[in-house]
Design a protein around this ligand. Structure first.
Ligand code: ADP
Ligand code: MG
Length: 355
């Protein structure tokens, strides 16, 4: 057979490139929500309200009381790689805030209708702007696309509507709104446990009661009690571990040997970012295996602070996969501490039943 003639190579249109890039960062409504929560926390908010319609596919709205956004910055807010958090490549190794490369809002604006209402302390009013493909768009054809002054409180409200409206294949992939809502609740719950000093609420649009609600003043154990109920909270003990050589510090709440569930609940934060780690999960399950009945699984909330220079957060756009130096050594120290703690509880129990 004759070889086929080579096809000519052409650059993809910019809007196609942007859509593809956006789809890598925002795979489901929960990814968009995570970015928005992190932005709100970065802005110093002490209150965070989430409202959801159709599992976040129709509406995803988050209202915070943080420092707001300067009116002058609104024009570039949703452009790719615009950020207030990173200036030089070297900053990546000392980054203290959640977001760091200015991709989240840009991505969302390429695959949803995005509007922002924001007010800083210095501003005499709030400003509202709508975005599409990174740029201002007018709310209705023929209207002005510039930000509009409106009345509003200090802070920022981000409204994301019709997620994936222009990515039909992705849109079709969602089986049920309630499944997506469950994932959203799980994500809000994680940050609601972790972010001390911040109130959280999450509800469906039009619902009179919130599905998650924690007040600003609640301590970590109270937050767990509100969200995961007393059956979990009553069986928790604190965990602390640190090691200078490996440059880490770890705090958390872990279930004792009286608690046993069908599945592991692992709330894992590394440098205040919710992450998943199958390596850490497996190590924890193995540690608990000798203390729990067969098939029993623990509840573990861990907040791990690792020297930023030892963490590579730049591995994947979703920033979910975090890798750090000396993972094995750090995990071993944490699991030793868990083992200590579990055997302590064991002895006190047998002591109590003996006396
Ligand atoms: P990044 O968080 O990586 O900087 P984003 O696209 O998530 O990128 O946000 C871009 C910028 O918009 C942020 O750097 C921040 O200055 C501003 N911003 C976004 N959300 C908020 C918010 N809720 N409150 C205040 N500023 C915000
Ligand atoms: Mg961000």
């Amino acid at each position: 057979l004759p070889l086929p003639a080579p096809r000519r190579i052409k650059a993809l249109a910019q809007d196609v490139v942007n859509k593809i890039a956006a789809g890598e960062i925002i795979v489901a409504p929960e990814n968009a929500l995570k970015e928005l929560i992190e932005n709100a926390v970065d802005a110093g908010s002490t209150s965070l309200e989430v409202v959801i319609k159709e599992g976040g596919l129709k509406l995803l709205q988050i209202t915070d009381n943080g420092h707001g956004i300067d009116k002058e910055d609104l024009a570039i807010l949703c452009e790719r790689f615009t950020t207030s958090k990173l200036k030089a490549f070297e900053d990546l190794s000392s980054i203290g805030t959640y977001g760091f490369r200015g991709e989240a809002l840009a991505s969302i604006s390429h695959i949803a209708h995005l509007s922002v209402t924001t007010r800083t302390k210095e501003s005499s009013c709030a400003w509202r702007a709508q975005y599409s493909d990174g740029k201002f768009v007018s709310p209705k054809p023929g209207q002005n696309a510039e930000p509009k002054p409106i009345a509003g409180r200090g802070g920022t409200q981000i409204t994301v509507e019709d997620l994936f409206y222009n990515v039909p294949s992705r849109r079709r992939a969602f089986r049920s709104a309630s499944e997506e809502y469950a994932k959203i609740l799980d994500m809000v719950a994680r940050y609601a446990v972790h972010c001390a000093g911040v109130s959280f609420s999450c509800k469906k649009h039009g619902a009179s009661t919130a599905d998650i609600s924690v007040p600003t003043a609640a301590g970590t154990l109270d937050r767990i009690r509100q969200i995961h109920k007393a059956t979990v909270a009553n069986e928790l003990v604190t965990l602390n571990a640190e090691n200078e050589r490996w440059g880490f510090k770890c705090e958390g709440w872990i279930s004792n040997a009286n608690y046993s569930a069908k599945r592991t609940t692992l709330l894992l934060f590394i440098n205040h970012r919710s992450v998943e780690s199958s390596v850490i999960k497996k190590a924890i399950e193995q540690t608990y295996a000798t203390f729990l009945p067969k098939g029993g699984r623990p509840f573990v909330y861990l907040s791990l602070d690792i020297e930023p220079a030892r963490v590579d957060v730049n591995v994947h756009p979703t920033k979910r996969e975090v890798h750090f130096l000396n993972e094995d050594e750090i995990i071993a120290i944490i699991c030793d501490e868990i083992r200590n703690s579990l055997s302590k509880v064991d002895t006190s129990r047998s002591f109590m039943t003996q006396s």
